[in-house]
Ligand binder design. Structure first.
Ligand SMILES: [Zn+2]
Length: 90
């Protein structure tokens, strides 16, 4: 009925269902959650440094945020590859 609501839900949930019995899935998602929160926290610190024009901190945090963002992408990719290999039907 309400297509946009459904779209939003799918968009938020946008990940394949987690197989709760698979240890590898659990480990990958735990790692992904950790690097995601690291990334968000680093970006938050970067925004604060920008507001306060802390140039040295901005330089350092930009590198950290970039590295954290790459870890996050790599973590997501590792999940995708694992799911293709081990859980192809879902
Ligand atoms: Zn799995």
């Amino acid at each position: 009925m309400c297509g946009s609501q459904q779209f939003v839900q799918n968009h938020i949930r946008g990940y394949p269902l987690l197989d709760a019995k698979c240890k590898r899935c659990q480990a990958l998602w735990t790692k992904y959650a950790t690097v995601t929160s690291d990334h968000i926290r680093t970006e938050g610190k970067l925004r604060m440094a920008e507001l306060q024009s802390e140039l040295e901190q901005i330089a350092t945090l930009t590198l950290e945020a970039d590295a954290a963002g790459k870890l996050r992408i790599a973590g997501r990719e590792a999940i995708r590859v694992h799911e293709e290999e081990s859980h192809p039907s879902g």
